[in-house]
Ligand binder design. Sequence first.
Ligand code: FA5
Length: 339
Amino acid sequence: LEEKGLQEISVANELSKLNEVRVNFLGKKGPITEVLRGMRDLSKEERPKVGEFANKVRDNLTSKLEERKEELAQAALNKKLAEEAVDVTLPGTPMKQGQPHVIQQIIDNLEDLFLGMGYQVVEGPEVELDRYNFEMLNLPKDHPARDMQDTFYITDEVLMRSQTSPVQARTMEKHDFSKGPLKMISPGVVYRRDTDDATHSHQFHQIEGLVIDKNITMGDLKGTLVTLAKELFGDRFEVRLRPSYFPFTEPSVEADVTCFNCMGKGCSVCKSTGWIEVLGAGMVHPNVLKMAGVDTDVYGGFAFGLGPDRFAMLRYGVDDIRNFYLNDVRFLSQFNKRG
Ligand code: FA5
């Protein structure tokens, strides 16, 4: 019986089979239990001998069962580990990589350029006070030029900024000129009640630029704008400065770049002018400097505000600004620098 039990234990190759063997041999209805139960019919002399023998067989089978159980558990674990092993030499599954939005790429590019020229990058709030968005920029409450930027008002005094120029006013006000000149750019989102069309969006980006120092001239402004245009477009496009009007600069200019769509011939994108307006600029108005507490006998400066959305259109030949805001990955992934 013992031998048969041991034999069955050694060939049981699954835990369930092993359990069957245990029930068959050691269970309540098994032969060993039966022998132990039959002891009362034995004589006094036989009882201890048979008892001892039966117990030995039971203990032996029990310990072998335990051993085999361990073995099977170990084998199952080994099998599982082998199955789950990762073959590190197999090629991986390619993962789609995201990238900054194309307009952010233009902003990053310009930030790098201006940081290299010693400018600092400053951010300002999108929900702005009328005071910074208009008043400190030489646009008192009833100034007719406020109509140039149709603005989303939240209350009489609070609005969605219509330009990044309020960051100029905020930064000038805080700057300590005894520590050196002020050179800053400020990228960000601005809002206007403009009707959306191919070149206008009600929410778009601007980058403000401001330099305040001694002996700043219009020549410094022009040099800076040409450097900027060359960086983004290379020599393919022409830049022209046109006299313009902004309440916060005097004199003021607007810069146009050759229309990418018709290369200057005139088409629907540029409304037949051959040019696309990309920025406004000028020499900072003395009133603006004075309101920010800058000594106009010593300091002067230039400022510009450009539209990265329009720059992105020009650089990549995108004929409708609204494409940038639809968030269609098929469109946006064309501008994946990582390929
Ligand atoms: C301004 O906003 C002035 N703050 C710029 C400035 C700064 C002038 C400092 C002088 C000194 P303007 O309204 O022209 O100016 O807008 C500047 C640029 O923003 C435009 O040249 C154009 O590129 C872009 N822009 C204006 N309106 C829209 C619009 N609705 N959608 C997309 N881009 C726009």
